[in-house]
Design a protein around this ligand. Structure first.
Ligand code: ADP
Ligand code: ZN
Ligand code: ZN
Length: 826
């Protein structure tokens, strides 16, 4: 009897909202499982990696194509994973294919356009077969090729299994988009110089060192620590450790280096490859932390989500550590989400020290092969065999890792807008999605912050979430004293020292004298946000976007921060040719410049997107600051995230008005969060710190609330306003953006869409209108804002929105107008 044909329905990484059916050639039937990756043809020549969603025998009405090949022996996605994808797609109005695209590292989703590269430093550990060898040699001559090109080379139409196998053998890698390359951290080690060989050499050295007893002692200690004359000799020891053990200083070591007896070498640490075992025990909790932990446990009995509202430096991390340890003992997995930037900081070091090789980090700066490696290790977790990662520390996309059995998700700094993905779809908020992910795993969620988002706080107050507070800093160090400096007043009295009020200036000076550190915050990078002709008012703007060009002094050019468009700094006005073109406003680069004039002897550093690109990433800048080598650190919001420095006594907020006047319904909430968080960097360990807020609005209510640390009051005030103007947490927002290079087309389509929506949605629809920036990267964009009451299910309206968009697209009969939907925009 003939076997019935077997079919699969699969998810393709494309924005079409359906599954696609293929038939399985008889010889592959046994090898295919739901959740495996397969290669299928889509369109006439394109090949894609697809994920098997369903296996069945129902012949569809159309002629099916065969599955080309099967890539996995075991499923990559579990049923839990699929449920999560489905939720994301439904809630954020996108396709499962788009979720798939966001979820899988590129090494796991080959397609015909994927570029393949040779791994230059590959050492042949496994033999390549003939086909693999051919592809390898081809790449050797080409450096890079697309899979399509390799297909034609192998004349097989299907080179995927060969590429897959080469990938597994690590002979090649696939295209990766890395924002700034991940640079491994290095640590200085001390070793005995290679000029010392024979016994005689050492005798001579000892003789010479007799004249400086301290150097001799250190040298002997080094030999001893390295077991130098034994057969278990080790190569080197960390410099810090040696100096600590010898209770001696850099100067003594330098003496040895100058004599040529010892050398310093830089050794990489913290790479994925080395997985040091846990080296530190958790701290014993203080009594306030102990109480908070007990309350969290109590709340978890009834509630699935708990908000831990703990002031800065109250030691929330230590509470997380206790909760994680409990889950690990219970054999469950834990996901610890935090903002991207905090992922490079001390929190990671702290958790790695406590949890060692049980913990993996998922970071956008890791390259693709490392990401695939983490994916596999999360998947390989087995509590009995003690394999794989049990704890993942990751930024937002870590929610897509293939967890088997989560017990807890921690969302640290839950108020952070970087948990939200803006572009492309899925435009998800990892904090909110984490709650659904936890539900699927029957796990708990702990959201922690010193400055909750209004949405989360609202849920906590209304009893939907549990709520626990922690109001004491560790060691009872007081919160910093916050002083307001009135810029207008200082200007009137002609007391401004360039950008600095006398109040801030004096505090910085005092800090320098006392060998304490200062952090200065300005939420703008570059030298000045725009330049302007003093005669006619002309301001150079971007050719592609409706935005002024930012002046960067170091590079001496003008840059668009939205599209990267860059021009030389003009030496006269582009309108009236006047030579009097002046810089306006100021960014971090200018602050750094001005500081150097006032404090020529101080070491001043800058932490922003530019400096971290130009230098060697945040790590270097932050390490330097932590080691006390930098006295003043200037930064954008990058400096607000999870940093813990013990010697910072002064924090300056240079331009609070810039935060307060931003035209967005969340501006007060954000301003409060930023100012409180950056203030929280002051006086964390031993003594009370000082914060100076410079502003033209010294009695602005938000500033008053920051001073009194009265979140509750600010929340209550804003809540009424938000209700009145129909904003979250009372209302749900959905924004639709309509884009086209032609202004008229964009306008017509959005008008059409608005009309459609008015017809079907019985709710408030605003727009279409041009947002703050009507044009970005040559696209004109309009926005329609929809407000939905919280108590009606959004599923039905979302369906209608999608239908309306389809209708407009159909009517336009042209795919060139772009529509994007943003649910719960931030
Ligand atoms: P938060 O995240 O709440 O701002 P951290 O977790 O960074 O605070 O803690 C602030 C500082 O206090 C850190 O340097 C931390 O090591 C220290 N600390 C917190 N709790 C304890 C404890 N129980 N024992 C020892 N040190 C602690
Ligand atoms: Zn631009
Ligand atoms: Zn002019």
């Amino acid at each position: 009897m003939e076997q019935p044909t077997t079919y699969i329905d699969c998810i393709l990484p494309i924005p079409i909202n359906q599954h696609f059916t293929y038939h399985i050639p008889a010889e592959m039937v046994d090898r295919i499982q739901v959740g495996c990756r397969v290669i299928v043809q889509f369109g006439t020549r394109k090949f894609h990696t697809a994920i098997v969603r369903k296996i069945h025998h129902e012949k569809p009405e159309y002629e099916t194509k065969p599955v080309e090949s099967v890539l996995d022996e075991n499923p990559l996605i579990s049923e839990k994973g699929f449920r999560f994808w489905q939720w994301i797609a439904d809630y954020y109005c996108c396709t499962e294919g788009e979720v798939m695209k966001a979820a899988l590292p590129s090494g796991l989703k080959l397609e015909s356009k994927t570029s393949v590269y040779l791994n230059e430093d590959w050492v042949e550990s496994e033999k390549l077969n003939d086909m693999e060898e051919m592809v390898y040699q081809f790449l050797n001559s080409q450096q890079t090729a697309t899979i399509q090109q390799i297909n034609s080379l192998t004349k097989k139409s299907n080179a995927y299994p060969i590429i897959q196998s080469l990938l597994e053998k690590e002979a090649i890698s696939v295209e990766e988009k890395i924002v700034g390359k991940y640079l491994p951290k290095t640590v200085a080690h001390v070793k005995v110089s290679s000029i010392l060989v024979s016994e005689e050499d050492f005798e001579v050295a000892f003789q010479k060192l007799k004249r400086s007893q301290k150097q001799l002692d250190l040298f002997m200690l080094l030999l001893n620590e390295l077991h130098f004359f034994s057969n278990i000799k080790i190569e080197s020891i960390p410099k810090k450790e040696l100096l600590h053990k010898g209770k001696t200083s850099e100067g003594i070591l330098r003496g040895l280096i100058e004599k040529g007896y010892v050398e310093i070498i830089e050794i990489e640490t913290g790479r994925l490859a080395d997985t040091p075992a846990a080296s530190k025990k958790p701290f014993a909790l203080n009594s306030y932390q102990e109480e908070a932990l007990n309350l969290i446990h109590k709340e978890f009995i009834e509630k699935n989500v708990v908000l831990l509202h703990g002031i800065t430096a109250s030691g929330k991390t230590e509470i997380y550590i206790q909760l994680i340890a409990e889950q690990i003992r219970a054999g469950k997995q834990v996901l610890y989400l935090l903002p991207e930037i905090a992922l490079t900081s001390q929190i990671i070091e702290r958790l790695k020290a406590v949890f060692g090789d049980k913990a993996g980090i998922y970071h956008s700066k890791f390259n693709d092969s490392e990401r695939v490696e983490i994916w596999n290790k999360v998947f390989a977790f087995d509590k009995d065999k003690e394999t794989g990662y049990q704890l993942i520390l990751g930024a937002r996309s870590a929610i897509f890792l293939p967890f088997k059995d989560l017990g807890l998700i921690i969302v640290d700094e839950e108020h952070e807008s970087s948990f939200k993905q803006f572009d492309p779809a899925p435009r998800y908020n990892a904090r909110d999605a984490a709650i659904v992910l936890a539900q699927i795993h029957e796990a708990k969620v702990l959201a922690g912050t010193a400055t909750p988002s209004f949405e989360t706080y609202f849920n906590a107050k209304s009893g939907k979430y549990g709520y626990v507070t922690l109001n004491k800093r560790h060691h009872d160090v007081a919160l910093p004293e916050i002083i307001v400096a009135d810029i207008a007043d200082a200007q009137k009295r002609k007391q401004m020292k360039s950008l600095f009020t006398p109040l801030l200036f004096n505090e910085m000076q005092k800090a320098l004298e006392n060998k304490e550190q200062t952090i200065l915050f300005q939420n703008r990078r570059g030298y000045s946000p725009y330049i302007q002709c003093h005669s006619c008012g002309w301001i150079p703007i971007c050719k592609h976007c409706d935005v002024s060009l930012t002046y960067h002094k170091f590079q001496n050019n003008l840059q668009c921060h939205y599209c990267g468009y860059t021009i030389q700094l003009p030496n006269s006005c582009g309108n009236c040719q006047s030579a009097d073109v002046r810089t306006k406003g100021f960014g971090t680069e200018k602050i750094e410049d001005e500081l150097q004039l006032f404090f020529p002897d101080a070491v001043i550093d800058r932490l922003d997107l530019d400096s971290t690109r130009k230098k060697f990433g945040h790590e270097k800048i932050l390490d330097k600051f932590a080691e006390g080598k930098t006295q003043i650190l200037v930064g954008t919001q990058m400096i607000t995230k999870g940093l813990d420095f013990e010697n910072v006594s002064v924090v300056g907020i240079l331009d609070a008005d810039n935060l307060l006047n931003y035209p967005d319904f969340r501006s007060h909430e954000r301003a409060f969060q930023l100012m409180s968080q950056v203030s929280g960097r002051a006086g964390r360990k031993h003594s009370q710190g000082k914060v100076v807020i410079q502003t033209y609005q010294p009695v602005h209510p938000v500033i008053m609330k920051v001073i009194s640390n009265d979140f509750e009051n600010l929340f209550n005030l804003s809540l009424q306003e938000r209700k009145f103007f129909q904003y979250p947490p009372w209302f749900r927002l959905i924004y639709i953006t309509i884009k086209h290079k032609n202004r008229e087309r964009a306008q017509l389509s959005s008008q059409h869409l608005a009309t459609e929506l008015q017809k079907t949605l019985k709710t408030k629809i605003l727009g279409p209108e041009y947002p703050l920036m009507g044009r970005i990267q040559q696209y004109y964009q309009l926005m329609i804002r929809i407000k939905l009451e919280k108590n009606i299910s959004p599923a039905e309206p979302k369906k209608k929105i999608l239908e309306a968009i389809e209708k407009v697209k159909h009517f336009e009969n042209n795919g060139s107008v772009l529509f994007s939907i943003d649910v719960d925009p931030m």
